[in-house]
Design a protein around this ligand. Structure first.
Ligand code: THU
Length: 134
């Protein structure tokens, strides 16, 4: 079923959050990334006992999409218990592919707390353009 609304994207993020592997933090995160062509890639956080290999839900979704040939994204929904904001590393990775992407932050019950953009989350970001004038 094609995703037509923010609420449907949030529902996809909630579905992805059910797969979160977070035995150390107990902080469940789900993401759903909408491509320009209307496909949706879900992601969850996946932790490691040695902590640093842990990957966030947002990057899981981005890596899944990019690894399948997708590079244009229009929106990402992220769900957590407190509608928490994406970490700095994920903001940087979003900026890589989609600086103008919308970002929806919602809780695990599907209540939207904020709609923003990657540019707003990472102002004056360092991006691919910076390496174009070598
Ligand atoms: N986490 C995410 O999945 N996305 C974020 O943007 C913030 C943090 C995860 C990583 C870790 O599994 C848990 O939340 C606690 O930091």
């Amino acid at each position: 079923m094609p995703v037509r609304s923010d609420q449907q994207l949030i529902e996809a993020a909630i579905a992805a959050s059910h797969h979160a592997y977070m035995p150390y933090s107990n902080y469940r995160v789900g993401a759903a990334l909408l491509t320009a062509s209307g496909d949706v890639y879900g992601g969850c956080n996946i932790e490691s006992v040695s902590f640093t290999p842990t990957v966030c839900a947002e990057r899981t979704a981005i890596f899944k999409a990019v690894s399948e040939g997708q590079r244009e994204f229009s929106c990402i929904a992220v769900v957590t218990r407190d509608a928490g904001s994406p970490c700095g590393v994920c903001r940087q990775m979003m900026y890589e592919f989609a600086p103008d992407m919308r970002v929806i932050l919602a809780d695990l019950d599907g209540n939207t707390q904020m709609v923003t953009s990657v540019r707003e989350l990472l102002p004056h970001g360092f991006g691919p353009m910076n390496l174009e004038s070598r």
